[in-house]
Design a protein around this ligand. Structure first.
Ligand SMILES: NC(=O)c1ccc[n+]([C@@H]2O[C@H](COP(=O)([O-])OP(=O)(O)OC[C@H]3O[C@@H](n4cnc5c(N)ncnc54)[C@H](OP(=O)(O)O)[C@@H]3O)[C@@H](O)[C@H]2O)c1
Length: 425
């Protein structure tokens, strides 16, 4: 019988892991840790403890006095705009947590630590990476590459492993489709709000894709929070997953050219006759464009493109230009537009929706995932070769998450929304 500790248990990846641990008979007890309380306890197996990972190891040890586990799922995360600060803060949170478990004597019981990282591993936030992304791709360090908090966390994880006798697994999910309130990166909530509000705020309920044409035509992968949770539970027990890093995506490759028409149909909106008229879509008065703005110089692909190493070098020395970001409707500005706010308030009052959901929607994250002008495709070959056979359909993941957001009163019920007419008509 195993026992688990989950940090970041109220977040988008952590809460899904807790849900799956509850259903797994191998786990008899689950300690969930975060500063805020989870909204509900779904099983008697769960014991929640308040813990601030930014406090000292000694203080944390007091909160952890009754906490033990054979597996740790580390999903806590603090966003910081400055990359150096993010590396410092997130690296220290993991180190102090391990130190606290040393003080309580419980680190000796830990067999494996599963750390959730992501595709920033490959620099997707800095520009176009070499694709598909493989776990063996070079890390972006030294030179003018900015600090990367995943590399800091991974060093802490590995440096402590030998001395303390645990094994580790690191996961790299792509844009996560799942349920969480008020977290830092939540694509489904922001997208669902954009589509619901557009139904009332936009002339003729048209739904322009806010991002760039290049992104609309590009190929991407996504990660269902459920699939990621199942992967983490598999990785926690699979002997060959010890001391390994894995990409974790749904297993299909998708695109907005395919998903956006379905998005419009689900929310009762119309696809504009001309999706990309150019400029800042002046038809949508007041909805400004943002960009194009350059990302890091050079784009991450330059590492392989210009390398002369056998088996690595692509022979493409001209692939050095920075990638760009462009949104034809800047959703951060859009969310502050008076017509948009009126439409939101109408929906909020009629369907009893949560104001915090709109206030805390992660428009900046949406700008990035819809505005990057390159594909992001991830290989699952490594995990599949080792026996992982999980798969989820990406559109199904979107729909399941939207259904859940409806139940939580973050999105209006689509069956009712479809009957609404634009406020201006
Ligand atoms: N979301 C995505 O789309 C996505 C995509 C790819 C990779 N990732 C990666 O996945 C990892 C986990 O992120 P996530 O998106 O699941 O995060 P999240 O939804 O924002 O949740 C963060 C969690 O960390 C906890 N936390 C933050 N500061 C804390 C502190 N000082 N002490 C204790 N707990 C603290 C939060 O709870 P409290 O605030 O209650 O403390 C919350 O439970 C990150 O490395 C992220 O980069 C995320």
């Amino acid at each position: 019988m195993a026992t688990a500790i989950v940090t970041g248990a109220t977040g988008i990846t952590g809460s899904a892991i807790v849900e799956h641990l509850c259903k797994d008979s191998q786990y008899k007890q689950i300690f969930t840790l975060s500063r805020s309380q989870p909204s509900s306890s779904m099983s008697d197996k769960i014991k929640h403890a308040h813990m601030d990972l930014q406090s000292s190891a000694e203080d944390m040890a007091k909160d952890l006095s009754h906490v033990s586990g054979s597996v740790i799922f580390f999903c806590a995360y603090l966003a910081r705009d400055d990359e150096g600060e993010a590396a410092k803060v997130n690296g220290a949170m993991l180190q102090n947590f391990l130190d606290a478990l040393k003080i309580t004597g419980e680190l000796k019981q830990v067999k494996r630590i599963v750390l959730t990282c992501g595709l920033k591993q490959y620099g997707v936030h800095l520009g176009q990476p070499k694709q598909p992304m493989h776990e063996t791709d070079a890390i972006l360090e030294g030179g003018n590459w900015p600090p990367n908090f995943y590399y800091s966390q991974q060093r802490v994880l590995m440096d402590n492993a030998k001395a303390n006798g645990y094994t580790w697994t690191v996961t790299f999910p792509q844009d996560v489709l799942g349920f969480a309130k008020g977290n830092f990166m939540n694509e489904c909530t922001a997208l669902g709000l954009y589509c619901s509000v557009a139904k009332l705020a936009h002339p003729d309920s048209e739904l322009p894709f806010p991002g760039s044409k290049a992104n609309y035509m590009a190929f991407n992968c996504w990660t269902s929070a459920n699939l990621h949770a199942k992967f983490c539970l598999w990785a926690a027990q699979a002997p060959n997953a010890a001391n390994q890093m894995f990409n974790v995506v749904n297993g299909d490759t998708e695109s907005w050219q395919n998903l956006w028409p379905r998005m419009a149909a689900r929310f009762g909106c119309k696809v504009p006759k001309e999706m990309f008229p150019g400029g800042d879509r002046s038809k949508y008065d007041g909805f400004e464009a943002s960009g194009p703005s350059d990302l890091h110089d050079p784009a991450p692909v330059a590492v392989q493109a210009t390398s002369e190493e056998v088996g690595i070098g692509m022979g493409m020395p001209d692939l050095k230009k920075p990638s760009t970001l462009y949104q034809q409707v800047d959703t951060t500005k859009w969310a502050k537009d008076p017509k948009v706010m009126k439409a939101w308030e109408t929906l909020r009052d009629k369907y009893g929706l949560d104001q915090q959901a709109f206030d805390k929607a992660t428009w900046g994250f949406l700008t990035f995932v819809l505005g990057r002008e390159y594909s992001c495709v991830t290989s699952m070959s490594k995990a599949r070769k080792m026996g992982w056979n999980g798969y989820e359909d990406t559109w199904d993941s979107f729909e399941e998450t939207f259904d859940r957001l409806e139940k939580a009163k973050i999105l209006p019920p689509v069956s009712q929304l479809k009957k609404e007419t634009p406020l201006s008509s």
